[in-house]
Design a protein around this ligand. Sequence first.
Ligand SMILES: Nc1nc2c([nH]c(=O)n2[C@@H]2O[C@H](COP(=O)(O)OP(=O)(O)OP(=O)(O)O)[C@@H](O)[C@H]2O)c(=O)[nH]1
Length: 159
Amino acid sequence: MTGDTQGGTGDRQGGCWQADTPPPAGGTPLVLVAALALVDADGRVLIAQRPPGKAMAGLWEFPGGKVHGGETPESAAIREAREELGIDTRTSCLAPLVFASHAYDDFHLLMPLYVCRVWAGTVQPLEGQVLKWVWPARLRDYPMPPADEPLVALLRDFL
Ligand SMILES: Nc1nc2c([nH]c(=O)n2[C@@H]2O[C@H](COP(=O)(O)OP(=O)(O)OP(=O)(O)O)[C@@H](O)[C@H]2O)c(=O)[nH]1
């Protein structure tokens, strides 16, 4: 009996084994982005529409942004929440749920997504972005960047 013939417990006739996914490109910079799934008292999730003029304009995403030098992903998420939404939250209020690892043409995105239910202040669109509180089951109605697609099902199941 070898590991090769056993090969795990999953079904290789379908699912992930047969998925039409290109191999990782490699050679592009790794970009670390911290993103927040803010959840309100009714259980809705906040998403923001990427403004005109930016890459992937019009698509909906989780608030957040690139982790700067000297920051942790959590401190970046907290800074972005303040800058983009005008709210304060804390590391102890961020629950890491899932991450995206996605090869875009010019960079590889690594993006942890933190669920956050506790913050101070009122959410405002401080960067001119359109914001929407969406029921988890309706997230699929809002086109998101390809990196986000695998996150949506997990978030919906979790919330
Ligand atoms: N915040 C956020 N960024 C995402 C998500 N999904 C996803 O692919 N991204 C990508 O991660 C990067 C976020 O970095 P960013 O917010 O600092 O970058 P940006 O393109 O908006 O602006 P910038 O590069 O001019 O600073 C963008 O390339 C964005 O397209 C998401 O759900 N939330």
